[in-house]
Design a protein around this ligand. Structure first.
Ligand code: F6P
Length: 341
């Protein structure tokens, strides 16, 4: 059995831990051999491969990024893309594929599976917005990075009596903002699921100053004001049709400064949240996902994604996993509102 492995979409800490676990178990327990595909779906589409065996996965457990490279290539948008992938897999003798990715990468995996490609998915994204799994790996690392940043911003905000706005990642779902903001004691948390009222935000900022503290606002990049659309710096779209986000943090700081007369600054954490070594939680989760993914291949159970349910790793259908995004429910947002202002 020859198994292809690829990592697609935005990278995140823990990808290498999955690759290592897949290869270690696949080689030693099942006697499989592996082929790495470079740069997400671009690899099988263009036949871009790299060796993948025990020597290649040595020492990569704590390393961020992905040894296979990644991209946001969408083969569904390319004329004859599916046929090219099928032909390349056949020519390279690849019997099954493990696709490690988020909603877009696994959305492609779902469609390829429908067209006869044997594929198993592994959920990754710092955004934690994939349905059917309690957590995706990468999320815990991103939350820890953002939480530490907010801790640091508290002290400098106090020294200068400023409002500090922290913009974190989260395109459609505010999980990073919610968890990082809650863990680091943010005074206001704004997420895409809950369009915000600027007047209410100004009220919370003022009440925070009245109690002699400097407000820290955590805002997801995809958050938006109630009476306006998404605020972005440019309109460039990727191959999956997503606009490049960032801009809401600066917009908010300017609006607060104009309305309150208090100095307001923004820190955009951006890709810092995606880089570097994974937390122990993410290493364990990614490793367990990898072990279960190769077991699914061994059982010839394709069209599934491995998922965390409680403390168990289970298999769910790719359709279930990619059908709807997992967003922050109202009750979770109501919990954190206790601490606003
Ligand atoms: O999907 C994960 C993510 O980190 C989003 O939170 C963010 O909007 C996006 O990727 C940024 O992607 P890129 O690095 O391609 O600009």
């Amino acid at each position: 059995m020859r198994v292809g492995v690829l990592t697609g979409g935005g990278d995140c800490p823990g990808l290498n831990a999955v690759i290592r676990a897949v290869v270690r178990k696949g080689v030693t327990e099942y006697g499989y051999d592996f082929l790495g595909f470079r740069d997400g779906w671009k690899g099988p589409l263009e036949g871009l491969t790299s060796e993948l065996g025990i020597p290649e996965v040595r020492g990569i457990l704590p390393r961020g990024g992905t040894i296979l490279g990644s991209s946001r290539t969408n083969p569904m948008k390319i004329e004859g893309g599916v046929d090219r992938i099928k032909a390349n897999l056949a020519a390279l003798g690849v019997d099954a594929l493990i696709a490690i990715g988020g909603e877009d990468t696994l959305g492609v995996a779902t469609q390829l599976h429908d067209r006869g490609v044997p594929v198993v998915g592994v959920p990754k994204t710092i955004d934690n917005d994939l349905s059917a799994t309690d957590y995706t790996f990468g999320f815990d690392t991103a939350v820890n990075i953002a939480s530490e940043a907010i801790d640091r911003l508290h002290t400098t905000a106090e020294s200068h009596h400023r409002v500090l706005v922290v913009e974190v990642m989260g395109r459609h779902a505010g999980w990073i903002a919610l968890h990082a903001g809650l863990s680091a004691g943010a005074n206001i948390i704004l997420i895409p699921e809950q369009p915000f009222d600027l007047d209410e935000v100004i009220g919370w900022v003022e009440s925070r100053f009245e109690s002699h503290y400097s407000p820290i606002i955590v805002v997801s990049e995809g958050a938006l004001p109630k009476d306006g659309g998404l605020i972005t710096k440019d309109q460039t779209l990727d191959a999956f049709g997503h606009v490049r986000l960032t801009g809401i943090g600066d917009w908010l700081a300017s609006a607060i400064e104009a309305r309150t007369g208090k100095e307001a600054r923004t820190s955009v954490l951006g890709h810092i949240q995606r880089g570097g070594t994974p937390t122990a939680f993410d290493r364990v989760l990614a490793t367990r996902f990898g072990l279960q993914a190769i077991d699914a291949i061994h059982d010839r159970e394709y069209g599934v994604m491995v998922a965390l349910r409680g403390t168990d790793i289970v298999r769910v259908s790719l359709i279930e996993a990619t059908g709807v995004l997992k967003t922050v429910p109202q009750a979770r947002y109501d919990e954190v509102r206790t601490f606003f202002g």
